[in-house]
Design a protein around this ligand. Structure first.
Ligand code: PHE
Length: 332
């Protein structure tokens, strides 16, 4: 009995060898049972009980040895590689909007632009009045602007142009800044619109800054971002804070200008708004418009990211679905 209780096996083969030794047809315990016939009648009861006990013990013990040998083998305990990492570490990734923002910031910082930031909870002056928005301009309408309850003057900024005003009021030219940040608009959330998104604003003010400078910088930017064959075109537009104002298109990043479903056959994709800073804006922010001129531009980071990565639904950017974020593990 003791011998059986003390059995050991290092692996499944050794446990099997024990089964053969004790319980197979010619095994030692099977032999005992075969010899049972020759046991005298008066001892049969006692001996029978003992043999049965022995058999059950051996059976249970060997099964237990087999089982533990099996689990040890499958968990790798018998042949451990101590140099392996303890579990697979999945790599994190930067958010696609951060990747694209960094890329844009990189391009403009090579042109001498430095970063500036401002608050997301703003006042009417910095978001609208200082930027030449008339009191009754429709963009101030409840449709677009989120108001902080009970403070009609305190709002969530609806564009990053508010940072222009904050920088101008504290600094004299030359000013060459880039302002990335989150903005808010009262829109119903859908695949194509969201109540918050991200913009990057650029502002350059100095003596003799002209529209040609703006156009050249934007061409260089577009070619750095979308490739050297990219073309740009400027279409006249309107913003209260720039005069003249324009919207810029780039040649379609998918078809290169031939026309496809992405550019709806036109060959062009709109990517930003820009213009020469209106002299009234310079004056409202303490800069002498008879000495200085400047240009400004602003673009949506989601829009650019969509063009680069063909993200179909804007909501993907804020849902934190790891399957979506994982797709950017290898991006910069
Ligand atoms: N603020 C504008 C917008 O949100 C973009 C813009 C910025 C246009 C700077 C011109 C100059 O649409």
């Amino acid at each position: 009995m003791q011998e059986i209780a003390n059995l050991q096996a290092k692996n499944a083969e050794e446990a099997e060898a024990l089964r053969i030794k004790y319980l197979s047809k010619k095994g030692e315990i099977t032999q005992l049972m075969n010899d049972f016939r020759s046991v005298p009648a008066e001892l049969k009861k006692e001996v029978g009980m003992r043999i049965n006990e022995l058999k059950t013990l051996a059976y249970d013990k060997i099964n237990a040895l087999k089982e533990s040998a099996g689990t040890a083998a499958s968990s790798g305990e018998t042949s451990q590689d101590l140099t392996r990492t303890p579990y697979p570490i999945t790599l994190g990734s930067r958010h696609p909007l951060t990747i694209v923002k960094n890329e844009i910031v990189d391009i403009f910082s090579r042109l001498g632009f430095t970063l500036a930031e401002g608050p997301e909870v703003e006042d009417d002056w910095h978001v609208y009045s200082s930027l030449n928005f008339a009191d009754d301009h429709p963009a101030r309408d409840m449709q677009d602007t989120f108001f902080v309850e009970s403070h009609p003057d305190i709002i969530l900024r609806s564009h990053t142009s508010s940072v222009q005003s904050r920088v101008m009021e504290k600094n004299q030219p030359p000013i060459r800044i880039l302002c990335p940040g989150r903005v808010y608009r009262n829109e119903a959330v859908s695949a194509r619109a969201h109540c918050f998104f991200h913009q990057i604003e650029g502002l350059y003010i100095d003596k003799n800054v002209s529209f040609t400078d703006l156009k050249q910088v934007l061409l260089l930017f577009a070619q750095e971002l979308f490739g050297p064959d990219t073309k740009i075109r400027l279409r006249p537009s309107y913003f209260p804070f720039t005069e003249p104002s324009a919207e810029m298109d780039v040649s379609c990043t998918i078809c290169g200008g031939k026309g496809c479903s992405m550019c709806k056959g036109s060959g062009w994709l709109e990517i930003l708004g820009c213009g020469m800073v209106d002299p009234a804006v310079l004056e409202a922010n303490g800069i002498d418009s008879s000495v200085y001129t400047g240009y400004a531009f602003g673009m949506g980071i989601e829009r650019i990211t969509n063009l680069k990565y063909q993200v179909k639904d804007l909501r993907m950017f804020s849902e934190n679905d790891v399957r979506f974020l994982d797709e950017f593990t290898s991006a910069r």
